[in-house]
Structure formats: C-alpha cells, structure tokens
Design a protein around this ligand. Structure first.
Ligand code: BGC
Length: 369
C-alpha cells in the first residue's frame, strides 16, 4: 500500500517534469507525423519495437495500428525498431527524449536493458509504458498486453485437441519455448504447463525434449528442433510458442516426412502460420487482435502526452518488486482450420496475402470470403 502511494507520487512528479520538459520544445523530429490540429501542450510519443525477425507482427501489425491510432489522435510520434540490439535500444530512447518525447512505449529486449531505459526516462520526467512485454522490476507507469497465461492455456488446449483428433496414444510432446529473457515466454509456458503437466504426471502423455529459444530466433529454433528430433525421433506433438518457432519445427518435420502427422502449435496468426494451418501442417495459432492492444496503449500514451493521469482498468503484479502495475490486458483467441476466416474478417490479414497460389483452394474450403 505504502509502496503504491510512493510510486503514484513519483509518477505524478515525473509527469509534472515531463510537462515542463515539453513546454519549451517547438518540435523537430525526423520520422514523426503530426497533425496541425494537435493541441499545443501535447508532448511527443516515442515507440521502440524489439526486432523484425522474432515475429512478423511488430512491423506488419503493431507499427501500422499504432501509427493509425496516433494519426487519429493528432499527436506527434516516432516509431523505431531496435532490431534486437540492446545498445541501439538505449540509444534510440535517448534520441527520442532529446527530440522531445515525453512518453515512451517500449517492447523490451530483456528486463535488465528495459529497466535501464525506464530508470533513465523517469529521471528525465518521461513516462514509460511497457508495451506487450512487462519489464520485470522496471516500474513502468503502465503495462498494455494480452492475458499471456491465457495465450499459453489456449496453446496447451490446442495441442491436446489436435492430438486427440489424431487419436495419439501416449504421445511424446516436445517444447519449443520462447526467449528465456521474455517474461511473456514465462507466462505462455505457465499456461501450457497448466494444461499439459497433469497429463505428463498421469502418464497419459510423455514429456519429450524441451528448449527455450534465445531471442525467439527462428533459425536457431530450427537447429534446436533438429537436435530434438534426432534425440527423440518419436516426437508426436510440438508445443511451439509462436508461429515463427512453429514454422521452424514444421520445416524440420517436412524433411522427415512428418509434417501434418505431428501437430505443432503457434501464436500471432501470421500469414505464414495461417498458411501452415490451411496446409494441415500446423494445428493451431493464437490470434491476438493487435489493433486492440495498440489502440489501448495509444490511448494511454496520448493522455500522458497531454499531461493527464489516465486510469487503467486492471493491474498486474510485478513478480520482482511485488508492485501493482496499472494494466490493460486483451483477450486472445484460438484459431484452427475452421476459424482462420475470423482473422481475415477482423482485417488482421487480407485474403489477398493469405490465399495465394495453392492456398486459394484451401481458403475456399475454410470458408474464407
Ligand atoms: C510476443 C509475441 C511474439 C514474441 C516474439 C512476445 O513477447 O507477445 O506475440 O511472437 O514476443 O516476438
């Protein structure tokens, strides 16, 4: 309680400082767009995306939806991508603040480097929003994401459904976890362990090889899965934490004529993941309506940039500090062959990009209009 009050006071002080900082700035930034109708007192918003390889989402979905939201609000913004470089991440943050950002929205590359950015920003009166990934021990002003444990639960349930459909008996299940430095990967695993561990414990399923993939590196995931399959050729199901890792496993399974026989999970409803589902090589993916996440985060950022103190609808406890971080958490949705069409209907991917070549027929079969 006491900690909560202290942190609120600190946030308020930071905000006040932020306002002072942006008051004297006339606004020059290279990559931002601003509307003439922007209220004079609104500061700039800087967004740092993590990379463009661990998932297609950051550049194809997050950037687009955030840009749309900022434009609609008529605020100045600058969205950059750290390309998996922690040093660049801090440099970008510094440049954004120098160029007048009073609010930063970050997707950390790990909690340590994320916390360094938050600490420095705070000391300069800049408010920070943890976007998608919670910075452990970081003390961001807000956290906007999905219910990530639920994402993992859907993956675990999805694998069970696909193994059951295949009438698998005592299937050996392999894990390709996300990056060990991403708190989301921890939450996803807690979710799928919650579904699968009781089955391992009862002997219904057998726990196979498990690896966490550094930086969610898809290439490394392929190498790791190749080793796993050599070590245990009878892998009958793969819990892959996102579509990129899933595709890495599918590529290896294809070489061994096992694709379509061994169900693989995913996440992010990427074009590649959805095509793998249409082809029958991937069991399921988890669709996260990034537009909702981007809109919620942009709303908070815009309010902060205007010097307001927005209230969040929920909170998440930082396991390292025990402090509650005001949060907005969206609901994920499981996607199988039959409801791939929901992702298209939602406008997240278009029929044109999904239903190319051989996939056209599969799209018709899956009722994609
Ligand atoms: C995100 C996932 C993404 C992964 C790799 C996670 O933090 O929640 O959507 O697939 O990072 O970028």
């Amino acid at each position: 309680m006491r900690k909560g009050i202290l942190s609120l006071t600190a946030a308020a002080a930071a905000l006040a400082l932020g306002l002072t900082a942006c008051g004297g700035d006339s606004g020059q930034t290279t990559t931002s767009t601003s509307s003439a109708s922007a209220p004079a007192k609104a500061g700039k918003i800087g967004v740092i995306l993590p990379d463009s390889k661990s998932s297609a989402r950051w550049e194809t979905a997050d950037r687009k939806y955030l840009e749309e939201a900022f434009k609609a609000a008529g605020v100045q913004y600058d969205i950059q991508n750290a390309q998996n470089d922690k040093t660049a991440f801090q440099t970008i943050a510094d440049q954004m603040v120098t160029n007048g950002a009073t609010v930063l929205m970050i997707v950390n590359l790990d909690s340590g480097s994320g916390k360094a950015v938050i600490d420095k920003a705070k000391s300069q009166g800049v408010a920070v929003i943890d976007y998608d990934r919670l910075t452990l021990g970081g003390g961001a002003a807000y956290y906007v994401s999905f219910d990530n444990t639920k994402v993992g639960t859907l993956q675990g349930e999805g694998l069970v459904k696909c193994l059951t459909d295949k009438k698998a008996e005592k299937p050996i299940v392999a894990y390709l976890n996300g990056s060990p430095t991403d708190n989301n990967a921890t939450l996803f695993k807690a979710g799928y362990d919650g579904v699968l561990k009781p089955k391992f414990d009862s002997g219904e399923y057998v726990k196979g090889p498990e690896q966490s993939v550094p930086d969610w590196d898809n290439t490394q995931a392929g190498t790791l899965f190749e080793q796993m399959l050599t070590e245990q050729p009878k892998i009958a199901g793969v819990l892959a934490a996102n579509d990129g890792l899933g595709n890495a496993a599918i590529t290896v399974l294809k070489k061994n004529n096992l694709n379509g026989k061994v169900p693989v999970t995913g996440q992010d409803a990427t074009v590649q993941g959805l095509q793998n589902i249409l082809a029958g090589d991937q069991c399921m993916t988890v669709y996260k309506a990034v537009k909702k996440e981007a809109d919620a985060a942009a709303k908070l950022a815009v309010a902060l940039a205007k010097g307001e103190k927005p209230t969040a609808t929920s909170s998440v406890k930082d396991p390292e500090t025990g402090q509650d971080v005001p949060s907005e958490l969206m609901e994920p949705q499981a996607i199988y062959f039959d409801n791939v069409k929901d992702v298209v209907a939602d406008g997240y991917v278009t029929k044109e990009e999904l239903c190319t070549g051989d996939f056209a027929e599969k799209c018709t079969e899956a009722g994609i209009q």
